[in-house]
Design a protein around this ligand. Structure first.
Ligand SMILES: Nc1ncnc2c1ncn2[C@@H]1O[C@H](COP(=O)(O)OP(=O)(O)OP(=O)(O)O)[C@@H](O)[C@H]1O
Ligand SMILES: [Mg+2]
Length: 259
């Protein structure tokens, strides 16, 4: 597991993705180094989840290349993890949800037991260890998904809106876990709709709009003064007008003029 070859950098070169005859990701070019936490923001349908899925190898690009420093497909897969908005739970107990993936990765039994215990305690899930994971609340499942990721010690962790349906306390707990995973050395690449969360977590922001990467900037600069006009509108909560599309905008202007 602890091979010396680092997984990062990850490089995307001219990456496009198409489905249903529509180009959903367009000419993406970017590179991710170890370290800074990256938060991807943008309106609904911008392609944020697709972007993560492409990077994590869940969907293949139509054009372009996605390359990891560690080009071995199996070892590079083992060095990364992804947590989805609706966490995927095995039909097993809470502790087995952490233990079993460790077993699949060939980790020794005594290490599996201690890693599982530590992950449960970090996530505050110790008292639920024997419960079936699928009966947990969404917030508890999200904590379990992160505890499982923590135990796997990934070099890169992808998170797709990990707190989208959580209350403030659960959101705080999940953010603490993300912080712990980052401090453990993982590169965090996540999406969120919560701009305050982006400010709390991010070192840098990527702004996606209609499948294009329109801006990438350090978090402080991005929120102070985004360079891209659509990013500016998005940060101010004014993007609705831009999302109407050209034809609709024309009709809207006409309607506005008619009033
Ligand atoms: N497999 C697919 N087939 C067809 N269209 C798809 C597919 N996957 C995604 N899309 C479309 O691609 C666009 C981008 O989807 P994606 O889920 O990446 O958006 P998002 O930025 O994550 O949005 P949200 O903020 O709502 O989560 C959407 O219009 C979606 O309907
Ligand atoms: Mg999404």
């Amino acid at each position: 597991m602890n091979e010396p070859l680092p997984l990062l950098p990850l490089t995307l070169k001219d990456v496009s993705f198409e489905a249903g005859g529509k180009r959903l990701i367009k000419d993406l070019n970017c590179c991710f180094e170890a370290g800074p936490r990256t938060v991807i923001i943008g309106p609904n349908g911008a392609g944020k989840s697709l972007f993560l899925k492409l990077c994590h190898g869940l969907v293949p690009p139509l054009e372009g290349q996605i390359t990891w420093n560690d080009s071995n497909e199996i070892s590079s897969r083992f060095k990364q993890a992804m947590v989805f908005q609706r966490p995927i739970m095995l039909r097993r107990s809470v502790s087995a949800n952490i233990h079993y993936p460790l077993k699949l990765r060939g980790i020794l039994k005594r290490d599996r037991i201690s890693l599982t215990e530590e992950a449960l305690s970090r996530a505050g899930l110790g008292r639920l260890r024997e419960h079936p994971a699928r009966v947990l609340s969404v917030g508890e499942q999200q904590k379990l998904a992160l505890a499982r990721a923590w135990a796997l010690k990934p070099q890169v962790l992808f998170l797709d809106e990990p707190t989208a349906s959580l209350d403030p306390a659960a959101t705080h707990a999940v953010e603490e876990l993300i912080d712990a995973i980052h401090k453990q050395g993982a590169k965090v690449i996540m999406t969120t709709h919560d701009l305050s969360q982006a400010k709390r977590i991010a070192d840098e922001i990527l702004f996606l709009f209609r499948g294009r990467l329109l801006e990438r900037a350090p978090v402080e600069r991005f929120f102070r003064q985004p360079e891209n006009d659509l990013a500016q509108a998005f940060v101010k909560g004014e993007l609705l007008w831009w999302r109407l599309g050209k034809a609709n905008r024309k009709n809207q202007r006409k309607r506005d003029g008619d009033k």
